[in-house]
Design a protein around this ligand. Structure first.
Ligand SMILES: [Zn+2]
Length: 252
């Protein structure tokens, strides 16, 4: 079982852990800050170092409650202590694009009441599909303007855990309610304060101001009442906002 440190602290980029299992060049750790992939967000890359060796993490996989890190070298042995370092430039770019999609969801819902049908996140772009029939040039311009207004407002992005009952009672279910498995008793909610809230397992920036200027780069017709929006980001104007280091939230 791997403790998913990334669920509580998106800004954790280095951590200490122990190897609990080895399979070929893959190691399972007792805790990790590496995001293993899921929900449209790609897995992290980075490095692991241990007494007598180090290697790059080139692939991730999740098996039950274990998170596996596939290395590009011969792995350490079970019980070894490792120091992990997430490729931060890549991850932070992914976080900005992930949070940007949530702003986009809020903007499209606000303007046209449309729901999300799918999405994908990359370090340099992201896309989201909406249950929308009309995506005219005017509508795209309105969506872009509304999203950038929410980004400029520098809204707080909060991660919290709510009980299943609270989740069911709330309107946090813009993504279909049944996507959260029935055996989950605590639901992780990512909330852009006063703007959007969703059940979500990904990593996010702390404030919308970190996202930067959003541009819709492409729209696509993906069938009746399904429209795709592809976005790209320009870095925020505020100096120091990109990747600004933050003290760790808990001692490691
Ligand atoms: Zn998300």
């Amino acid at each position: 079982m791997t403790e998913p440190l990334y669920l509580r602290d998106s800004y954790l980029r280095e951590f200490d852990a122990a190897v609990v299992a080895v399979d070929g060049r893959a190691v399972a750790l007792d805790r990790t800050a590496f995001y293993p992939g899921g929900g449209g967000q790609p897995p992290d890359a980075g490095r692991l170092a241990w007494d007598g060796g180090e290697g790059g993490v080139v692939e991730m996989r999740r098996e039950g409650a274990a998170v596996w890190h596939v290395l590009d070298v011969e792995p350490p042995t079970p019980g070894a202590r490792v120091r992990g370092a997430v490729d931060w430039a890549r991850r932070y770019a992914i976080m900005r694009h992930h949070s940007a999609l949530h702003v986009l969801v809020g903007a499209v819902y606000r303007l046209y009441g449309a729901l999300v049908t799918g999405g994908a996140i990359h370090p340099d772009r992201a896309r989201m599909d909406f249950s929308l029939e009309d995506l005219s040039r005017e509508r795209v311009a309105a969506i872009e303007a509304e999203a950038n207004r929410a980004i400029a407002a520098d809204l707080r992005v909060r991660v919290r855990f709510v009980s299943r009952e609270e989740f069911e009672r709330s309107d946090l279910t813009r993504l279909a309610r049944n996507l959260v498995p029935q055996d989950v008793t605590e639901v992780r909610v990512v909330e852009i304060e006063g703007y959007d809230a969703q059940a979500d397992g990904g990593t996010h920036v702390a404030r919308t101001g970190e996202i930067g200027h959003l541009r819709v780069t492409k729209t696509e017709n993906k069938g009746k009442a399904n429209r795709r929006l592809e976005i790209a980001l320009d870095p925020p104007a505020v100096p120091g906002a990109v990747g600004a280091p933050r003290p760790p939230s808990s001692p490691t």
